[in-house]
Design a protein around this ligand. Sequence first.
Ligand SMILES: Nc1nc2c(ncn2[C@@H]2O[C@H](COP(=O)(O)OP(=O)(O)OP(=O)(O)O)[C@@H](O)[C@H]2O)c(=O)[nH]1
Ligand SMILES: [Mg+2]
Length: 491
Amino acid sequence: MPSRVYDTSDDWDPLTNAISPPPDETAQQREIRIKQELEAKQKSDAIDEDLNRQRAAERRGPKPVRVLLLGQSESGKSTFLKFFKLMHDSKAFSAERASWRAVIQLNVVRSIHIILDAMTHPSQPRHSHRTVPKEPISSTSSSPLSGETPLPEDTFDIEPELLEIRARLSSLLQVEDHLTRQLTPKDYSEVGTMKLAPAYPLKHVPTELAINSSVPWKQRFDKLVGKGDTERIIIDWDDPNDPGKILHACGEDMIRLWKHPLVQQMLEKQNLRLEEMAGFFLDSLPEITAERYLPTDEHILRARLKTLGVSEHRIKVSAGSDVGSDWRIFDVGGHRSLRAAWAPFFENNLNAIIFLAPISAFDQVLAEAPKVNRLEDSVSLWTSIVANKILQHTDLILFLNKCDLMAAKLASGIKLKDYVVSYGNRPNDFENTTNYLRKKFAGILKENSPLPRTFYCHYTSVTDTLSTQKVIASIKDMLMRDTLKNSTLLL
Ligand SMILES: Nc1nc2c(ncn2[C@@H]2O[C@H](COP(=O)(O)OP(=O)(O)OP(=O)(O)O)[C@@H](O)[C@H]2O)c(=O)[nH]1
Ligand SMILES: [Mg+2]
């Protein structure tokens, strides 16, 4: 029986062996091989030269502005980055429109999946993001879209109309699978994407998709984007597999389901506030399920795709001079299990850290640690960042984010003092509550910073175009002035 023989002699080198020409190479084959090798070497030399030129230019030229975005999951880091791109590189932003269309479609299907889950299993103890679960959540999964019959104790009087809608919407299960596969390139499904604990720990709904930014998921949609004129997005509207087709066909049913008074009652009873979930689009169903839907800028800003790992984004910012025109923004994943990856970026000649604290989350808990209040988590994260010695010379800019949701929450009667006892009997309005929180964060900086630092703080809603434009303009001014000062000192 033939067996494989390995040459174990000392001078046997697997690499040399792999690249050496075949022993029976003809003269013609040899000529072609040498020509190809020469071409490959020329290409490689040109790349090396290019890199060397770039490095030398970076050493000589003005230093780029380097900004690290930090904050817990769903604090708005990636949204801020998207907004920054929209302002300064609108062509690149627009070129991604087809990719974000798929993310938005997945966000919509997920919300519908959650409603159907709540209908199918109404008596299931539901651990909304507001309450602290009393028992661990099982991860067993059976899909409400699979048409599975609910257990007897789960049954409740669903109107025949709703039953019919539910049956028709079962085709969305295919769309969910299709979009998840489209967004998860084949070779990266294991390493580059991950199912992290969902924002709402639900028993039957698939966990949220998270994608590492190093994974080229947007390239999957490149063929849908016109070359050259990036504003002219080309989608193959006749593609029978385009998920937009099924979403369009299910549009009416999804709207009727979401608007149905019984469904609204049921969601309220189960304390499921979908409007507060990241990637909530059910109020925009008529636009999203339209036959030739392309997301608006606002929709793209609201689309939710969880970040894994750390990614660097290079953005050219138009400025009066060259100084500070080249920005490097580092976006990180904020889920607790991903925070260990932040530290190596602290020593990266950072000009500033933008720390986002979503203040509207004062009545919510972390998905990954359902006993930890989200505001408390932001406060302790802020404390450890301001106290960090490696960062003592780095400017910290605090965004008290999601102010729009904060205002709506307070207006709906939810009281800060019920979650932040120290707030006491102060008025439960936007001005007083946000001022109180601002002072808390300022006090932590003063007490814990190894060196005295200025407290830079902005009230933000990073999904809101006008107010965020102003905040970015003031940050740009501040950082460019710093960079200019430093480069002048260096001359
Ligand atoms: N209403 C409102 N929604 C916001 C605001 N900031 C962010 N969001 C939404 O909140 C969701 C989460 O935002 P992301 O930017 O993905 O959060 P992140 O901090 O990058 O989260 P990770 O990637 O998990 O670390 C998205 O759907 C955003 O559109 C805000 O100020 N107001
Ligand atoms: Mg993110």
